[in-house]
Design a protein around this ligand. Structure first.
Ligand SMILES: NC(=O)c1ccc[n+]([C@@H]2O[C@H](COP(=O)([O-])OP(=O)(O)OC[C@H]3O[C@@H](n4cnc5c(N)ncnc54)[C@H](OP(=O)(O)O)[C@@H]3O)[C@@H](O)[C@H]2O)c1
Length: 269
């Protein structure tokens, strides 16, 4: 059977997470990975780690591949895609992971090529990615199925949406890991101020986040119910929640999520 050729324009952090997923998946025997990046050291790294064949240029990569990942920074998109104008025929599928780059914008460079636009997140690096995606009307059923199989190699959770929802996905799960790191920073600082060992606090809170996330995924109950179960009357958790409520923490978090969504919208313009 003919192997599917998957090429990466840009082989930085997110591209590596995708390559890692592909290289360790059941699909690996049925595909060949190609990569291009302006950083030669990065190409050497992905060749060694994920058996990605370095292409001589973005042009050569597009010519030789069936599926093309756009994994460059959105600011670099015009400069990278302009010279490739007209090279993407109908048979090729583009999977873009660029934040804020609409299908319409991508197609101004590529023409009416099938595009699947994905908003991934960095936990993909450890095989725990969560993503939202949309597909342009040119994407065939078979191409969508292929794209979804690829997404499954680096995401534990994926949802298909209308493109208008991708800004909110960006605010929920794209930026989401940073919200939890921020929360962890505060917990670790409080522990340190109490003379507690920072390394132990880091592990305790990290595992607590994993455990809480696992409980949310496994349970039919809303997070509010799960929270209430940990909060006994007059206990320590109630005291902590009261302190958060007194500072309107929920509103702060809601405003932050809405600000991220708004910024994603602005970047897309
Ligand atoms: N990181 C996240 O949390 C996250 C989440 C969701 C989506 N994304 C999206 O994923 C994309 C990649 O992000 P990243 O964090 O992986 O960025 P990154 O690590 O900077 O990777 C981008 C790579 O592309 C290279 N590059 C620049 N110009 C190029 C060209 N003309 N041809 C080929 N390669 C070129 C860059 O090299 P130089 O360093 O020399 O410029 C860099 O190695 C972005 O569009 C971002 O919006 C990221």
């Amino acid at each position: 059977m003919k192997k599917v050729k998957i090429g990466f324009i840009g082989s930085g952090n997110m591209a590596k997470a995708v390559m890692k997923g592909l290289a360790s998946s059941k699909m690996k025997a049925a595909l060949t990975i190609y990569a291009y990046d302006t950083q030669k050291a990065v190409l050497a790294e992905v060749k060694k780690k994920y058996k990605a064949i370095p292409a001589s240029s973005n042009e050569a990569l597009v010519k030789g591949c069936d599926v093309i990942f756009l994994a460059i920074k959105p600011q670099a998109a015009a400069e990278v895609l302009e010279p490739l104008k007209g090279m993407f025929g109908q048979g090729r599928l583009i999977i873009s992971i660029m934040a804020g780059m609409s299908v319409k914008k991508i197609q101004t460079f590529t023409g009416k090529t099938p595009v699947v636009r994905v908003m991934p997140n960095t936990p993909a690096l450890v095989g725990e990615g969560a993503c939202g995606y949309c597909a342009s009307k040119e994407v065939s059923k078979k191409q969508l199925q292929n794209a979804e199989n690829i997404l499954d190699t680096f995401n534990a959770v994926k949802f298909k949406f209308q493109e208008s929802r991708i800004d909110m996905v960006t605010a929920i799960s794209g930026s989401g890991p940073a919200y939890f790191f921020y929360f962890a920073e505060a917990v670790i600082e409080a522990a340190k101020e109490d003379g507690f060992d920072a390394a132990a606090a880091k592990k305790l809170i990290a595992q607590t986040m994993i455990g809480a996330g696992r409980m949310m995924l496994d349970s039919e109950d809303a997070p509010e119910i799960l929270r209430q179960r940990v909060t006994s009357k007059g206990g320590t958790t109630q005291k902590a929640i009261e302190e958060m409520d007194s500072k309107d923490m929920k509103k702060i978090i809601k405003d932050a999520v809405k600000a991220a969504r708004q910024r994603s919208k602005e970047l897309g313009r």
